[in-house]
Design a protein around this ligand. Sequence first.
Ligand code: EPZ
Length: 424
Amino acid sequence: MDKFIIKGGNRLHGRVKISGAKNGALALMPATILAPGTYHLHNTPNLRDVWTMSRLMTELGAFCELNDNDLFIDTTNLNKTTAPYEHVKNMRASFYVLGPLLARFGEAKVSLPGGCAWGPRPVDLHIKGMQKLGADIKLENGYIIAKAEKLIGAKIHLDVSSVGATGNILMAATLAKGTTIISNAATEPEITALARMLVKMGAKINGIGTAILEIEGVDRLNPVDETSIPDRIEAATYLIAAAATGGAIELENVNPYHLTAVIAKLEECGCEINVNSDNIFITAKQPVKKAVDIKTAIYPGIPTDIQAQWTALMACKCEGNSKITDTVYTDRFKHIPELIRLGADIDIVDNSAFVKSSPDKTLVGAQVMASDLRAGAALIIAALSAEGTTEIHRIYHIDRGYEAIEKKLTNLGAYIKRVRTDLI
Ligand code: EPZ
C-alpha cells in the first residue's frame, strides 16, 4: 500500500484545475443502465471509485472504457441484474444500480452495502421508495431482491433528504407508469446534474433543483453524451488547504455557485475570495485565521464532506477555539485521533468537535493513517501546515476521490511524495 510523505510549511500558490465530480459521475454511470446504447461521459474523474463502478457495470454486461477523463459506456449488452457483494462492499454508491436495473429489467438483486468508517449508513429510504413504486422487496443472505412487472408512479416522501435515495428513486421513476412525486428530495448539485442528464435522455422531470421532483414516466429513454459537473468537494478541499498554508491559489473549471457556504465561511476566517463564472481566487491574507464554527447541513449548507478538512484548518494558527458540528453524520470523526497525533487539541462531545487553537499553535509532523476519503484529505491539509515531515498511510482512501492529488499539490508548491510501501 502507498503512503504520502509531506513536508509542511510551504504556502500554496499558483493554479489548479478541478476535476469532474466523483459523486456526480457515480450517479451518471448507473443512469446509463436505463437505456441500452453508447454513452460518452466527458470530464469524468480518473478515480478509484469510478474504476469500482466501471467494474460493477462490466460485471452486469456493460462495456466501460475510461481514456483520461473520457468515459465510454455501452449498455446494449448489459443483461445481468445481480450486483454481487464483492463489488458492492467496496463502495456504497454501487447501490445506485438498484433503481435502474429494476426499471429496465423488472428485477434486481443487489448486495446490501458494507459498513463505512462511520455510520450507520442505512438504505431503508431506497428500499421504501422502490416498494412505493410497486416493487416486491425481499432481504435474503445480505442481498436485496427486488421484483416488479412494471413500476407504478407514486407519491414518495423522504424522511431524510438522502442524496442516494433521491437518485435511486428518481432513476427508477423515469420508466414507471404514471407520475411520481418525490418530496424532501436532495437538491445537491450532483442530483440536479443527474436529473438534467435524464431529461436529455427523454425523461419528463419537473422541479429540478428543488426538494419536490415530479416525474412523468415514459416508455423508453435514449442514450446521450454528458459532461460531469466540477467536483465541489475537491474544490473546497483545495480552498481550505490554501487557507491552512497562508497561500494564494486560483481554481479553474469550478462552479462557485456550488460553494457559496464554504466561500462565506472562508471569508469569515479572513481569506479574500474573488470569483468569476468558473474560477475562484483565494488569498489567505494572514497566516493566522479567525476561528470560525461550522454546522454541516444538506445543500446548500456546509457539506458534511468538508467537515474533516475544516477541523484540520481550525486546529492550528487560529485566533481562538471553534466548534464543528456534523448534523448529517453524527459520528464522522475518525480523523480526530489522527489530527491529535499531529498535536491538535480537540475534544468530541456528541456530534461536535471542540477545537482549541491559538495564533502560535502549530502542528508537528508524525505518522498518521487515513481512515476514509475525507479524513485522508484532512490529514493532508494538517500535514501541509505542520512543522516537519508527516507520513500518511492507507492513502488508497484518498485515491478514491482526489484525482492526481500529489501532482496538483506539487504544482501548487507543496512538498508531497507518493512512496510505494509494498516494494519495501
Ligand atoms: C452521498 O452519500 C455522498 N456519496 C456522500 O459523499 C455524502 O457524504 C452524502 O451524500 C451526504 O451529502 C455519493 O454521492 C456517492 P445520504 P449517500 O443518503 O447518498 C441517511 C464522499 O465523501 N440515510 O444523503 O449515501 C444517512 O444515514 C461521500 O464523497 C437514511 O437514513 O448519503 C445520513 O444520515 C461520503 N436512510 C443521511 O441520510 C437511507 O436510506 C444522508 O445520507 C439513506 C440515507
